[in-house]
Structures are given as structure tokens and as C-alpha cells.
Write a protein that binds this ligand. Sequence first.
Ligand SMILES: Nc1ncnc2c1ncn2[C@@H]1O[C@H](COP(=O)(O)OP(=O)(O)OP(=O)(O)O)[C@@H](O)[C@H]1O
Length: 263
Amino acid sequence: MTAISLRGARLSYGDRVLWDGLDLDVEPGEFLAVLGPNGSGKTSLMRVLLGLQPLSSGTVTVTGGNRAIGYIPQQRALEVSMTLRGRDLVGLGLDGHRWGFGLRNRRERRIRVDAAIASVSATRYADEPIGVLSGGEQQRLRVAQALVGDPTVLLCDEPLLSLDLANQRVVSELIDKRRREANTAVLFVTHELNPVLPLVDRVLYLVNGRFRIGTPDEVMNSRTLSELYRTPVEVVRVRDQILVVGAGACEEQTHHLTAEAAS
Ligand SMILES: Nc1ncnc2c1ncn2[C@@H]1O[C@H](COP(=O)(O)OP(=O)(O)OP(=O)(O)O)[C@@H](O)[C@H]1O
């Protein structure tokens, strides 16, 4: 059974079509990278899957429904004044699940939270206020929060943003481990494909209302990206990295035009 299924999915805000005719099946254990310039509708896709944003047309199905989803929202540095402890943040991932207030439930809840914290190696600082933790430590706890409910689908919105290379690796390995061990489907929104390229099964690339779905080789090539961006884009492979040349200028132009239109 597929983990996520979209059929004829369209999302538009007024005249602006983010995507249309999107047919997508994501299999259990699959790692799908979602790429595209700012404003192409990546976060909106997450919101549709979370049930926060209705489709303009078409259908969306997440096997197991909302409770089966773990979500790592786009990272914002948490305030230093934030007194919530790491374990409280992780515990929030169980809210919405069926938990009573009895002693047995409290003990069971604590076991689940401890296990999730241990799975991201965050036990040492789980009782600290999260505001004083480093970005990498905070991000591990966010991963634990997303995993504590035992999700069948994991939605990650730019989870590597502002992490150094070592922490990028730690966080992507944690996510990869989860999908391998629990067969959790992963949707991974990112501007940077290279840090996760070895993990990626398929790419969904969104640009200006158009999209392509395929393996990294099928999508990340000069011909496909030039068609998507409607301007010459050069894709170069250097060792095991993919460099995209030309799309950036097009993105800047798009933003410029959007800003002009809005003013
Ligand atoms: N509720 C809404 N009503 C109207 N427009 C919206 C709404 N939500 C998002 N948008 C617009 O839709 C576009 C896509 O937004 P979205 O956040 O999905 O893009 P994104 O690909 O995640 O961008 P980024 O890479 O910058 O995070 C943006 O231009 C945004 O302003």
C-alpha cells in the first residue's frame, strides 16, 4: 500500500497556480526530495498533506491519516529565553494521540519520550531549556518530536537549514535510519540536494506551476531543468555533487517580477 497518494492535485491561490495535475504515489520507506525555488509551493504541499490546506482540486490520501504523520517544520532558531525543556518539546509530538492522564499512561508516555530522545542521542541535554541548546542539538530534538508518535510518513521542511556539515550529516542519517528501520516514507523539502543525494530515491521539482518527478538522474539534468525553468540551465556533475548553473538568475528574476507585481 502506498504511504501517500495524490491524484490530479491542484493548488492555486487566486490566479496563481502552484501546481496542477500532480499525480504522485510515495511508497513506504521511499525518500522523496522536494526541490524548487522560493515560493514554488513546497511548504504548501506539506500543508496539504498535513490536512491544513485543502486542494483546489484532486485528491490526497495519507495512509493512516493525520496521526500517522511526523512533521519537522521549517527551522527557526528558538529563543534563548525559551524555558521549555527538550523532553517537553519531544512530548508535544504525542499530543493529538490517544493518551489519558492515569499513572500507567504517564509512565508509558515517559518511556516513549525517553526512547525517542535516546534514538537521536540527545539524552544528555534533554532536561535543559531548549533556548540554550545549539542549533544542532535543537534539531535532533525536533527529529525526536517528529518520531515519537511512530509515524508512517515523515514530512521534513528544510531540516538541514543553518546546520554545519557535521550536523547536516547527523540529522540526515537519523532520518534515513528511521525510514530503513521502520519503512517510514520521507518527504524532504530542501534547497540543497547534495547533502542528501545518496539517500534520495526520487525528486519532485517544482518551478512556476510546472513540475517533474523522477530519479535524481532523470530530473537533475540540463535538458529537464531548462524545460522546467524555461531558460538555459546547465547541470554539472562534479564528483558526487550536482551543480545547477543558471537557475539562480531565473529565480531572482522571478522574485523581482513577483515583488514588482505585488507593489
Ligand atoms: N494561504 C495562502 N494564501 C495565499 N497565498 C499563499 C498562501 N500560502 C502560501 N501562499 C503563497 O504561495 C506561494 C508558495 O508558498 P510556499 O510557502 O508553499 O513556497 P515554498 O516553495 O515553500 O517557498 P520557500 O522555498 O520560500 O519556503 C508563495 O508565494 C506564498 O506567498
